[in-house]
Design a protein around this ligand. Structure first.
Ligand code: HEC
Length: 143
């Protein structure tokens, strides 16, 4: 093979490598595009974003009612609470029918639909007896 022939051959190899790279990047780009559209499908999938929203709301209750409604303090345990009881109490806080120290403020910030969904959420949370503090023995270090 002549020197010119070798150069031509190298140029050909380089060119095909370059076009392969373009094709490959095109394929990757097309792949990304496919990924984007599935991302859009996820955003439009109402139920999962709705669940996420309710989980975020429920997490805001944890400061007082414990993780997943398993209160360890004096606040009522919400886990496993009957949804009808939950909703009726929330509506009573909202209207002022049930006197409360803090719950009227939380209830008023929620829509009726959010209350119903929070009721379902907490009803499904297992009640952990172990989350409750052990019974204090008489004469122990309780103040
Ligand atoms: C700042 C503390 C605090 C936060 C945050 C809080 N709660 Fe409460 N919750 C209470 C207290 C205290 C009570 C008892 C009633 C009262 O005094 O307000 C209560 C009572 C309740 C009850 C009545 C339970 C029963 O069986 O009578 C429900 C239901 C409830 N809360 C739901 C929620 C939900 C849902 C959230 C989150 C959106 C939430 N709470 C956030 C403190 C809190």
């Amino acid at each position: 093979m002549t020197a010119a022939g070798i150069i031509m051959r190298l140029a050909h190899i380089l060119l095909s490598a370059a076009s392969f790279a373009v094709l490959a990047s095109g394929a990757v780009w097309a792949g990304n595009d496919g990924g984007d559209s599935s991302g859009q499908a996820q955003v439009s999938a109402e139920p999962s974003t709705q669940r996420q929203h309710i989980r975020v709301l429920a997490a805001s209750c944890a400061a007082c009612h414990g993780t997943n409604g398993n209160s360890v303090g004096g606040t009522p345990v919400l886990s496993g609470l009957h949804p009808e009881h939950f909703s009726s109490q929330m509506q009573a806080f909202k209207s002022g029918q049930r006197a409360s120290t803090v719950m009227h403020r939380h209830a008023r910030g929620l829509t009726d639909s959010e209350i119903v969904q929070l009721a379902e959420y907490f009803y499904k949370q297992p009640r952990h007896q172990s989350a409750l503090p052990p019974t204090a023995k008489p004469g122990s270090d309780m103040p």
